[in-house]
Design a protein around this ligand. Sequence first.
Ligand code: TXA
Ligand code: MG
Length: 326
Amino acid sequence: MNQQPSSSRPTRRLAADAAGIAEAAALLRAGGLVALPTETVYGLAADATSGAAVAGIYAAKERPSFNPLIAHLPDLASARRQGLFDAHALALAQAFWPGPLTLVVPAAPGCTVSDLARAGLATVALRVPAHPVAHAVLAAAGRPIAAPSANRSGRISATSAEDALADLGGRIDAVLDAGSTKVGVESTIVACLDGAPRLLRPGGVPREAIEHAIGRPLAIAGDAGHAPISPGLLASHYAPAARVRLDAEAPRDGEAWLGFGPDRQDHPQALNLSPSGDLREAAAHLFGYLRRLDASGPATIAVARIPEQGLGEAINDRLRRAAAPR
Ligand code: TXA
Ligand code: MG
């Protein structure tokens, strides 16, 4: 496969019907690259068991290769062939799969996820997505599928086929188009490695729901005694071209405005994540609205304050990364 990121190949747009799903699975089995819908964001998918196919992901995204990828599976039974689930991991999988939760567990002795997809780690990140189209492709592919978000490294995650094409068109084989994603932020990542489940990334399953399912508070990655174990969590990430100013009361002159809750709608470059203040709606709109505001070319996007509870934790995490110095 050609791994020159600048090289151009036609990217096909596949409908999310039986023929499109079969074609996507065939491309993946042959080592190709396909942008797939999941309930969180679009994923740039490749055969996780093939180092060459996974290398294609890194090349297309221009992603630093120390960053391990999530392996996607159609069900818990196939996930358990890849990783070792302790009691907490099993409880979480049973409570939230299929759904926007990724579990980092020790790799099973028979794990087929390639070293490259795992970035050489002895652990593996596993996820069973809730999207019916993703499920159908995973079942037809019959092997773990690696899929980081379908955007170029450092850019805003893609939540529609158009966004995926804008970043990756000409670099990948196909996009399977199933419209906009529902959840809008990536999966919550929890590591179950040493008896004390740890939150590595806030995401589509709120922390409170996870703590309820395991009956104890989640430890935070980076707490005393733990090396940072999620190397992909770079501070500057999800970056629009514009600078991002958080917790703003109102836009200043020349700033675009990303609002939340009841707020002035008369600004020329303004979008509102959720006029009613609904965090689910805000998460679903987050990346698409950031892309739209950024495309209008402002120097700065000012963002209203978002409450730090439920899905707000994941939304604020992504916004802080978008605002990080770079
Ligand atoms: O919702 C999602 O999770 C989306 C969709 C497409 O499934 N995928 C996604 O993948 O967000 P990505 O590659 O953008 O984020 C994967 C994160 C990275 O921060 C990476 O460092 C972490 O998972 N990760 C993967 N394997 C890991 C491991 N073995 N240990 C710790 N962190 C790991
Ligand atoms: Mg990403």
